[in-house]
Design a protein around this ligand. Structure first.
Ligand code: AMP
Ligand code: GLY
Length: 417
């Protein structure tokens, strides 16, 4: 079968790496892809936002299955359009994707179905929002309602910072229409955990857990990024906690989807804060995580095509997923200045010297005149499986040292637990 993967990051490279292992797959296209996907798939120069062109490509090339990596096309309804045209697509339709497309819709859903989450209020004007600050203590969290490339969450330590964040979003519209309506939210403390789940008719089947590192600097300092390191499984997820999450979160989400008649088929990524008062949901994403996918999929022993087909058909069962006992760690090499300002186009060297057991996922690379160069803030995810987290961690760090490009940066404390 022919598969089209939409997106251009490490997540998509990891999806393709896993899909390519399926005996059922004869050809993979990636739109637009990167320097890494080019080695196992055919890159197609179409933007993930251009749904019409993607549809045209899928019809013309008789694509049997389309897998959507990023959230934007899902929120814009790519799954609806593909389905209306008789194409099979992995990813939720618009009615489900709104759980990531609007943080307010997500919070209202959580409130309605009593899914534990941070206390919050919604504001549309600067004046109301500034008045509303008095209901919260510091730090507090201000979030833009819509999609902002992961940048719409500001943690504010003081009234001055909060006032500035409100003005930036509502008055200066730094996030455009995505920040016209905002949420002010209680700051939660605890340990973060990412839980990706396959969601289909009547079922939510969790994958193995992961721990993402969002801050750019060691010790969780500096600004938030898309994620610069990750490992799986996350040891904080004990059997008791799994049961609590099943009871307090997954079943309630399932009930909510059913009562709202949302026919959700795809991945739901639940961002948790494990607080002293139990697990609380920080956010929903309607897609695989990045870099979570880079550490979760190498541990999956199933044929991924099979799992995707069952999710689309509604036949996935709770015990379908088979996981390796191996642990997985990824460390992301980033461009100097990321996530604020950085340059691209630097030649990458050293990847030919990596140990054989390294799985190298490309986040932001491209091939120019036959040479691999940097093409993003996150550049390469150096990934390793091991019998222990420590073994996988040592292997990832030993190998990332062999890679070089101008301004290469990476955290030194990923998976140091
Ligand atoms: P989100 O996009 O909502 O997951 O937010 C991005 C990151 O901001 C999360 O992974 C957390 O690190 C942090 N964050 C979001 N909401 C909260 C909150 N209520 N309390 C503490 N940290 C938060
Ligand atoms: N790593 C977080 C995300 O994919 O949103």
């Amino acid at each position: 079968m022919k598969v089209l993967v939409i997106g251009s990051g490490g997540r998509e490279h990891a999806l393709i790496y896993k899909l390519a292992q399926s005996k059922r797959v004869s050809k993979i296209y990636c739109a637009p892809g990167n320097g890494g996907t080019a080695s196992i798939a055919e890159n197609v120069n179409i933007s993930p936002k251009d749904i019409d062109l993607l549809l045209n490509f899928a019809i013309t090339n008789k694509i049997d299955l389309t897998v959507v990596g990023p959230e934007d096309p899902l929120v814009d309804g790519i799954a609806d359009v593909f389905e209306e045209n008789g194409l099979r697509v992995f990813g939720p339709k618009k009615e489900g994707a709104i759980l990531e497309g609007s943080k307010i819709v997500a919070k209202e859903f959580m409130e309605k179905y009593q899914i534990p989450t941070a206390k919050y209020r919604v504001y549309k004007t600067k004046e109301e929002a500034i008045d509303g600050l008095d209901e919260f203590s510091y730090p507090l969290v201000i979030k833009a309602d819509g999609l902002c490339l992961g940048k719409g969450v500001i943690i504010c330590q003081s009234k001055e910072e909060a006032t500035k964040a409100i003005e930036d979003m509502i008055v200066s519209k730094v996030f455009g229409s995505a920040g016209e309506t905002i949420i002010i939210e209680e700051f939660l403390t605890g340990i973060e955990m990412s839980l990706l789940c396959f969601v289909t008719e009547g079922k939510i089947v969790p994958m193995e857990s992961a721990r993402d590192y969002k801050k750019i600097f060691d010790g969780d300092k500096g600004p938030n990024t898309g994620g610069v390191g990750c490992f799986s499984p996350n040891p904080v997820l004990t059997e008791d906690l799994k049961k609590e999450i099943e009871r307090e979160v997954l079943r309630k989400i399932r009930r909510g989807l059913d009562e709202e008649s949302i026919d959700y088929r795809g991945v739901l990524f639940i961002g948790f804060m494990l607080t002293e008062d139990g697990p609380k949901v920080l956010e929903f994403n309607v897609r695989f995580g990045d870099p979570e996918t880079e550490v979760v999929l190498p541990r999956l022993e199933n044929d991924l095509v099979d799992i995707f087909q069952k999710t689309i058909d509604g036949t996935l069962r709770d015990d379908d997923l088979i996981w390796s006992d191996k642990k997985c760690v990824t460390v992301v090499a980033t461009s100097k200045g990321y996530p604020i300002e950085y340059q691209k186009g630097f030649k990458i060297s050293g990847i030919e010297n990596l140990d054989k057991n390294i799985i190298l996922f490309h986040n932001g690379t491209k091939i120019v005149d036959g040479e691999l160069v940097t093409n993003g803030g996150r550049v390469l995810s150096v990934t390793c499986l091991g019998d222990t987290i420590e073994e996988a961690r040592k292997c990832a760090y030993k190998n990332i040292e062999k890679i070089n490009f101008e301004g290469i940066c990476y955290r030194k404390d990923i998976a140091d637990i």
